[in-house]
Ligand binder design. Structure first.
Ligand code: AMP
Length: 217
């Protein structure tokens, strides 16, 4: 199994692009953020444990996240596209051990780069479908839904993620900046590492990713 990773700050478009890419390639999209949000909305034990941490824009502890991911991957045969994982050096090291133990391969590590000043407006204006099975992502200004507050794809209400406020965004950027450089150093020498310009319109970004993953598959 090949394991691909989308790296990038909150608002870099990882989630939007991952959701589009899986329509074109036989990839399993694993977003730790989506899995955790689903757990919070269902009120599971995991959800109750991480609810406050997430709402404050802080990172959930590495052991919880690694356990969640490795459980999810057990028995999986399809190639995987990670979005939002790994987020810390400890998670990257644990994933590396898991990959070696299970006989998987690290594929593309795409570092989606977007200047910090662009990110906040992307995040604060983001609206997401409340139906977890759909999860479509819109933006009040750059990608509004056809009917205000209603998902174009499945008709469910759109919602503003509780951690997409300006205050929570700042905390998430602090977390990102504190953990990202060691993560980048860890992956920079991987053969599959690709620096990637994410500061373009969504369609251009998608076309470049399509080309990249077409070369990979
Ligand atoms: P995201 O949707 O990727 O922006 O994640 C939303 C929130 O979920 C983050 O702000 C963290 O609280 C939590 N989270 C998601 N993925 C991870 C991870 N790999 N490590 C730690 N916390 C995470």
């Amino acid at each position: 199994m090949n394991i691909h990773i989308l790296l990038g700050p909150p608002g870099s478009g990882k989630g939007t692009q991952a959701k589009r890419l899986i329509g074109n390639f036989p990839l399993l999209h694993l977003s730790t953020g989506d899995i955790l949000r689903d757990a919070v909305s269902k009120g599971t034990v995991l959800g109750q444990k991480v609810k406050t941490t997430m709402a404050e824009g802080k990172l959930v502890d590495d052991n919880t996240i690694n356990g969640l991911v490795f459980d999810r991957l057990k028995g999986e045969t399809q190639d995987v596209l990670f979005d939002g994982y790994p987020r810390t050096l400890q998670q990257a090291e644990a994933l590396q051990v898991f990959i070696a133990q299970e006989g998987h391969q690290l594929g593309r590590v795409v570092n989606v780069e977007v200047p910090q000043e662009v990110l906040e407006s992307r995040v604060v204006g983001r609206r997401v479908c409340s139906n977890a099975a759909c999860g479509a992502i819109f933006h009040l200004e750059t990608k509004p839904s056809q009917v205000s507050g209603v998902c174009d794809l499945c008709g469910s209400p759109l919602k503003h993620r509780s951690d997409d406020t300006s205050e929570s965004f700042k905390q998430r950027m602090n977390e990102f900046n504190a953990t990202f450089l060691p993560l980048l150093s860890f992956y920079k020498t991987s053969p599959g590492f690709v620096p990637f310009n994410g500061n373009r319109n969504s369609e251009d970004v998608f076309q470049s990713l399509l080309t990249l993953f077409t070369e990979t598959h």
